[in-house]
Every structure is written in C-alpha cells, then in structure tokens.
Design a protein around this ligand. Sequence first.
Ligand SMILES: N[C@@H](CCC[C@H](N)C(=O)O)C(=O)O
Length: 286
Amino acid sequence: MKFTKLHGLGNDYVYVNCFEEDLSRVDLPELARRVSDRNFGIGGDGLILIMPSDRADFRMRVFNNDGSEAKNCGNGLRCVSKYVYDHGLTQQTTFTVETLGGTVTPVVSLGADGKVDQVTIDMGEPRFERAAIPMTGIPEEQVREEVIEVDGTSFTMTAVSMGNPHAILFVDEVKEEDVRHYGPMIEYHEWFPERTNVEFIQILNQEEILFRVWERGSGVTLACGTGACAAAVAAHLSGKTGRKVTVHLAGGDLFIEWKEADNRVYMTGPATEVFSGTYLGEIPFK
Ligand SMILES: N[C@@H](CCC[C@H](N)C(=O)O)C(=O)O
C-alpha cells in the first residue's frame, strides 16, 4: 500500500490516495491502529483516506490512532488540500471536500515553488446544543462556562461542536501534565456518550490564545484544527477575545476568524508533506 506522510503543525497522519489504492475490503480501524504505531508501523496520530466523492470534488475519512473514526479534522483537511493540488488531482485552488461532518470548501495559496503553502478553510458553523456535541442532558440546552469536576479539580468548560465534539477548558496557566492527567478523564467522562476532544486554553489577550489538546482517540497531539476553531469560538462567546485570533498550539500557530456576517469559522494555516513510501506490513482484511 502506497502512502504519504503529511502534517499540519505536527498533527501527523498517514495519508492514502484511494484514487489509486483500493481499500474497500480492508478493516480500516485495524489498519489505522497498525500504520499509526510509532514503533511497529509508519507512525502518526491516525490514518486519513483521500477518496472520490459523489457529492463533492473529494472525500476525506479520518481514523484516530485507536481506530475510531472521526467526523472532521481541520489539520487533515489542510493536508488533503495540499495533497490533491500538489499531486495534480485538481488544478483548481478552491474545491469541495466531503467529510462525515459535512462538506467544506478549502482555498489554497501557493508558495514560490508553485506548491501549496497555506490553506484557508470555511469550517462551517459551530453548534452548541447538547444534542449536537453530543452531551447528556436537555438536548437543546447549551453548555457555556459550566463547571466540570474531575479527580477533585473543577474546570470551567464550554462545549462546541465543529462537526466533532470539543470540551474547551479555560485555565489560568496551560500545563502539559494537566493535559495528560485530566485529558483522558474528560474524554471518557459520562457526560460525553461519544467521548470528546479536550482543549486547555489560556487567554493571552484579545487576539491570542495559548492552546494544548488531548484528542479523542489519539491522546496528546501537537495541534488540532477543529479544536483551535472551537477554542476561538468559546473564547469570543465569553467576551475574552475578538472574532479574529491567533491560536498558539504546541506545533505552531493557526489563524482563526469567526465571521459575524455568516456565523462561519475560517481557519488558516500550513500543511507539510514529509515523505512517501510503501507500507510492507500485513494489511488486515474484513
Ligand atoms: N486532529 C484533528 C481532529 C481529529 C479527530 C478528533 N481526534 C476526533 O476524534 O474528533 C483536527 O485537526 O481537527
């Protein structure tokens, strides 16, 4: 199986071009676990398939490194955009990509070498109702600056769906050890029937947020695009930032704008291709 390794600010996935590779008989969750393994596989935060779509120009499927399938992935979308343009699957600098969370429209900007450098993506409208996250409780109610208690510690949390669930925790100081300790407890908290991504954010000023993430199904990663969008939305809702912010992630910066005119969230950031190769490990069939 041919693959390409790309990352968005260090959020790295193994990408397979399914216009060329037929994975229809493959056990995809198991393949994701195998290729993601950093010792026995290729290594990555998960597996992303670039596929034909019958309703958009392309389709993206995302599997976390535990094999669970996610509805959306911001860094993945930027990398898919880079891949399809740089590898000649499209000549257009804007196109549509179908995900389980809806269809999005990336716009790529080219560097001096004619390859994709930055990608801006209309990530759609954020959702706040408990039913949309999903969270237990009254379906139409929103969770805004609510207290969640884990292991004797209280966090102020706002829940946002960007096609996938995000628990945004406002903290005075982002600490790596807290992400590793409390992240998994909140991911599996009984309030979240489909688990959740967990973001720890520290507001630096009206235009900047410091951000660390515990991703559902992948653990600590260096960046999360949908998480950065959700963090920008939650911070603005609480009156802590404006509508345009720079989010400082462990792997670098993303620029996020939640536009008032259309209520949609726009994410801009880089995508990087690192290497490609042939996976010689055993392919698990269904
Ligand atoms: N890294 C991603 C999100 C990947 C999926 C997530 N772990 C989930 O299960 O929802 C991003 O950049 O958005």
